[in-house]
Design a protein around this ligand. Structure first.
Ligand code: UDP
Ligand code: MG
Length: 332
């Protein structure tokens, strides 16, 4: 058997198993969706109109997150009409992060764009996002500057964005925007799980990628309704703690716990010291000062926080392995 023959054969097998066209694609548009039947057709047309003007090769990957309406049927139909539109359909609803993660795994593009399926994000913004990306960034976030959502959503969202920005040290105005453009390496590097999609720019920033933000237009929801209720804010805040923990402080837990611990400890000591001085100077008895108990409580809590931090340090030390994000390696 000639070597050449064997090679072709291998190629064919590869193709059968991976079901991937060998050609390179410029842009992959990844669209997570959950019960968005009315939006899918107009969305597909709008994406086509926007991308056909760009003179790049592209694919659109719909990830159906376990829809129970006619979404899957429509995706089949869209795919039949145009093979650039691909889809993956989950058996059940796993959440937006899961959908994005699977979309990323399948995307072939050099650039990956994500957008919501509900027609709130505008595909006409894709060229601008990509232009910004090409000007020297790894992730470009779409900031919904003039947002068309009810006030019950916009105000908590502002609070969320502000808190996240302060605690993570990355200046973005709209972390949770569905419209974003990434260089391929970013989505390959960063793992999205739970509801971590809200923090993709944070994770990218911490891994050393260059993150930018540009304002984009946003439309009111036309069909269907929002998939996230009030629970989004509690989940969002808890996820923020997880993100801070598993990335920023995972290597130095004492900085997190110790910081809080030292603060409460010192505050407790100061309060009780002041009360003791007053008592020594004969002003009042300590026993009738409720603040005394508060001081004791702060001291005990402080000691506990520092101890937890030290335990954390011991655990990370014994785990050993550290991971570092490598940009380039020349090693020969
Ligand atoms: N979505 C999803 N899985 C879910 C919830 C939402 O794939 O479990 C999709 C949804 O179909 C939409 C996008 O995520 O394309 C954003 O959801 P939604 O518009 O409800 O969020 P909002 O605009 O209210 O923040
Ligand atoms: Mg929406």
């Amino acid at each position: 058997m000639s070597e050449n023959y064997q090679k072709t054969n291998e190629d064919q097998v590869q193709r059968q198993f991976h079901d991937r066209p060998p050609k390179k694609i410029d842009i992959s548009v990844v669209v997570p969706l959950y019960n968005e039947e009315q939006s899918l057709m107009p969305l597909s047309l709008a994406i086509r109109d926007a991308l056909d003007r760009m003179n790049s090769t592209y694919e659109v990957i719909f990830v159906d997150d376990g829809s129970t309406d006619n979404s899957l049927k429509l995706l089949r139909e869209i795919h039949r009409k145009n093979r650039r539109y691909k889809f993956i359909s989950f058996r059940k609803n796993y959440g937006k992060s899961a959908a994005l993660s699977v979309g990323f795994q399948h995307a072939l593009g050099r650039i990956i764009v994500t957008m919501d399926a509900d027609l709130q994000d505008d595909p006409n913004e894709i060229p601008r996002l990509i232009e910004k990306l090409e000007s020297g960034y790894d992730l470009v976030n779409g900031w919904k500057k003039k947002r068309h959502d009810p006030i019950s959503k916009t105000i908590p969202s502002r609070l969320f964005n502000f808190t996240t920005s302060v605690l993570t040290g990355i200046r973005l105005r709209d972390f949770n925007s569905g419209l974003k453009a990434y260089r391929r390496e970013v989505v390959q590097d960063i793992k999205v799980y739970g509801e971590m999609h809200r923090f993709l720019p944070v994770l990218a920033h911490w891994a050393g990628y260059r993150v930018a933000e540009i304002p984009v237009v946003h439309h009111p929801r036309k069909y269907g309704k929002t998939k996230f209720g009030m629970s989004r804010f509690w989940h969002g805040l808890l996820d923020l703690v997880t993100v801070l923990f598993t990335t920023r402080y995972s290597k130095r837990p004492l900085h997190f716990f110790g910081g809080i611990g030292l603060f409460t400890f010192i505050l407790g000591i100061a309060i009780d010291l002041e009360l003791t001085i007053e008592w020594l100077m004969g002003k009042t008895a300590i026993s009738n000062r409720p603040l005394f108990t508060v001081g004791i409580l702060l001291i005990i809590v402080g000691v506990q926080f520092v101890s937890i931090g030290l335990l954390g340090e011991m655990i990370t030390r014994s785990n050993g392995i550290e991971e570092y994000a490598v940009k380039e390696k020349v090693f020969n």
